[in-house]
Ligand binder design. Sequence first.
Ligand SMILES: Nc1ncnc2c1ncn2[C@@H]1O[C@H](COP(=O)(O)OP(=O)(O)O)[C@@H](O)[C@H]1O
Ligand SMILES: Nc1ncnc2c1ncn2[C@H]1C[C@H](O)[C@@H](COP(=O)(O)O)O1
Length: 207
Amino acid sequence: MITIDGVVGVGKSTLMNIMVEEMGYTPFQEPVVNNPILDRFYYDRERYSFPLQVFFLNERFKHIKNASKIEKAVLDRSIYGDVIFAKMLNDAGEMSNEEFGIYKDLFANMIEHCQAPALMIYLEASTEEAVRRITNRGRSYELDTEIAYWERLNKEYRQYFEEYEASPVLKINVDNLDFENNPEDKEYVLSLIREEIARLKLDDENK
Ligand SMILES: Nc1ncnc2c1ncn2[C@@H]1O[C@H](COP(=O)(O)OP(=O)(O)O)[C@@H](O)[C@H]1O
Ligand SMILES: Nc1ncnc2c1ncn2[C@H]1C[C@H](O)[C@@H](COP(=O)(O)O)O1
């Protein structure tokens, strides 16, 4: 089970699709379209932070449960990334301390039953590049969100991944890598992933 994480717009879904096409992985997509409150959350974060976190926690748990039953799974975003959002929202006063306390308790209970990924691919980018990609993608609720939110998220992500040790991490800075449109960049990223898989002997484990 390989997980791809990183800030919004960094290219997680795009890379996941490449791994599906080029490496035969089975995708576990982030629930954006079928998310009943994501849009509302962006316009009223105080009201929707807590239910949104519970929604994502539950979805992530389902994905991990199902992904751990198959040989080559790739997940778009991780349960660990959710904690970054939850902490950030609590720090900003958009999720109350009581709600964050309940969230942490629920998380602690769930994580005991979650298999850690065999590899975490952390896609790192400058906030400017992430916002450029968010703008190109054009989800209206993200376009209406202030830049400071994306800056805070990036800062929290970087800090979190400096200390993350639940699994091996492959960190890739994607600021100058257009693996979506440039075949050379795509091959380069795939080679990094293949090398890491070989180094960790994940292929052997998966046989
Ligand atoms: N490496 C890349 N270089 C340039 N644009 C990219 C790259 N990867 C993805 N994109 C574009 O950036 C936007 C966000 O990509 P996406 O994969 O949906 O990000 P995420 O899943 O991390 O939010 C999309 O419009 C996508 O086409
Ligand atoms: N845990 C989360 N809290 C708040 N918002 C979240 C969380 N997980 C995902 N999101 C948002 C961020 C994006 O608007 C969409 C999808 O993420 P993406 O990085 O584009 O895959 O959901």
